[in-house]
Design a binder for this molecule. Structure first.
Ligand code: FAD
Length: 504
């Protein structure tokens, strides 16, 4: 590629001898999908990935003795239809799951709720309150979509739930309290407490709590499918951490230069940056030359990053399962527990998904805890830089007060002692941007405009952004959203070349 160009080489002109060269920073699902689309259109693609693997936040571990996802497990979407084979809305990840024979799980509607003094609520009560809570959350989405920026930026989703539950259950003070306590489960969707969730932009979180489809196996086959063409045709350079991107100030003069930590310099025609939002917040001032427009830097700072973490605890057998036909609930909550003052003086609520409820071939004697906010920070502090034995002991001590309330637990029974525990540390991972995915907290004024600003990028400098934080509004933060963002940016680049062909 020459340094000086009259105009970018035009694939659109039909000259396949010198196709445009697109460099993609990051081999997560957004970068791989962008590469997939661009390669199908005949472009030359180089992917620079800092890690020694592809996938980014889609990642597996076999430390439990079998393989599990340490990033996403869910196919999250507000528009997934309830039946996997329904002919309704298309959903890229669900479609890839079907194509790759990835086993999906629709949870049974059973839910257990332990009150703050450790008592199990009757099943009918749990079901009634849970339905009411979700109705209120749906109302909040609708209220937020309708009233948008007229809602004070200080208002939280919790405020809405609190006032609505008082209206709906005026004479039932105990149930009001229970619903408010149950509303804390919102944190496990976005990575921060429900009191921090912006009401003004709740509509941008609508994918949370939609149809609950869980991948029984892992995202591996889906990722492999997306990575197939990039693996065959792109130049994927692992261990290549990008330090600086130098772009010309217009679309015509010279190549973009991308410098990595290994002191390689890649020259290209367009650059797509898919690094997580937290990474952008760190490098936005020094990582780009010329400097990014102030509006983009501000937008990057305005959006928050959740602190969702996962802890898998696997046992010799699923002692809590009464019999395989009548599986224990898929989902259990321990509301603000007051009975673990030594390990959890803040009474952080806990929740699990029961992997023994899967179809027989994928069933595991495993409980999956989701943690967020200060609790997840505490768990990571307990385990970071500790030996395997120390981690195991610390995590078992923290979670025992909860799993010991499950049916059939007996402290002396070997089946009730964890065999292996796996905990994630995304908030310590600089390449994940020190967190899980973007969210919209109380105080943010123009979240929709911020997302649009980053998504727009700087096309006049041939600099584009993709990633979960630039996804379509209904899919922000999700793997599907990241995938769609990669596809969208690739198509925008294609359109740009077509438009240039028409201009010249
Ligand atoms: C704990 C957890 C649970 C989740 N659960 C779900 C779920 O159930 N369902 C769901 O849909 N989504 C879930 N998500 C979100 C989902 O994983 C992400 O939205 C999606 O994977 C993000 O893809 P991405 O391509 O935007 O970013 P990433 O996958 O993070 O890809 C970005 C890539 O950029 C690389 N990189 C960073 N800096 C540099 C640099 N300087 N140079 C080169 N490369 C660099 C990174 O190593 C990474 O590979 C979860 C995430 C986490 C962490």
């Amino acid at each position: 590629m020459s340094d000086q160009k009259e105009k970018p080489s035009t694939l659109a002109s039909g000259d396949m001898s010198d196709p445009p060269h697109i460099c993609i920073i990051g081999a997560g699902i957004s970068g791989l999908r962008a590469a997939d689309v661009l390669l199908q259109k005949g472009y030359k693609v180089t992917i620079l990935e800092a890690r020694d693997r592809i996938g980014g936040r889609i990642c597996q571990s076999d430390k439990l003795g079998y393989t599990v996802d340490i990033g996403p497990n869910w196919i999250a979407s507000c528009f997934l239809s309830t039946s996997l084979h329904a002919t309704g809305d298309k959903h890229p990840i669900r479609d890839l799951a079907i194509e790759t024979n990835t086993s999906l799980h629709h949870w049974n509607n059973k839910q257990n709720i332990f009150t703050s003094d450790g008592k199990l609520l009757p099943a009918e009560k749990s079901a009634e309150l849970s339905t009411l809570l979700w109705d209120i959350i749906e109302e909040a989405f609708a209220y937020s979509a309708k009233n948008g920026k007229s809602i004070p930026e200080t208002a939280s989703l919790y405020d809405f739930i609190e006032s609505t539950v008082k209206e709906k259950l005026p004479d039932r003070l105990e149930d009001q309290k229970l619903i408010l306590s149950m509303s804390e489960m919102w944190g496990a969707y976005v990575g921060h407490p429900v009191t921090r969730q912006s009401l003004r932009f709740s509509w941008m979180e609508e994918c949370c709590g939609g149809d609950e489809t869980f991948i029984e196996t892992t995202y591996e086959a889906i990722l492999d499918r997306i990575a197939k063409l990039p693996r065959e045709k792109a130049d994927i350079r692992l261990g290549s951490r990008v330090m600086k991107v130098v772009t010309p100030t217009d679309r015509f003069s010279g190549a973009i230069k991308v410098a990595t930590m290994k002191a390689e310099v890649v020259e290209c025609d367009e650059i797509i940056c898919t690094v997580p939002l937290g990474c952008l917040q760190e490098v936005k001032e020094r990582g780009f030359y010329p400097r990014l427009p102030q509006k983009i830097c501000d937008a990057m700072d305005n959006i928050s990053i959740g602190r969702l973490e996962k802890v898998y605890i696997t046992f010799p057998s699923a002692f809590w399962t009464v019999n395989q036909e009548d599986n224990f609930a898929g989902y259990t909550n321990w509301l603000s527990p007051k009975y673990a003052p030594d390990t959890n003086p803040e009474c952080w609520p806990q929740e699990i998904w029961n992997l023994a409820a899967f179809s027989p071939e994928n069933r595991r004697p495993t409980l999956l805890f989701y943690l967020y906010g200060d609790c997840s920070r505490h768990i990571v502090k307990l385990t970071f830089d500790r030996s395997t034995e120390e981690r195991h002991a610390a995590l078992d001590a923290f979670f025992r007060p909860y799993y010991s309330l499950l049916p059939n637990f007996s402290a002396d029974d070997e089946n009730c002692k964890p065999k292996a525990i796996l905990s994630t540390e995304w908030q310590m991972d600089d390449l994940a941007g020190y967190g899980s995915y973007c969210n919209f907290q109380v105080g943010i004024k123009d979240a929709d405009e911020d997302v649009k600003t980053i998504r727009h990028g700087v096309p006049e400098r041939r600099l584009w952004f993709a990633g979960e934080h630039t996804a379509p509004f209904e899919e922000l933060g999700t793997a599907a959203g990241a995938y769609m963002s990669g596809e969208a940016v690739a198509l925008r680049i294609f359109d740009e070349y077509l438009a240039e062909k028409e201009r010249y």
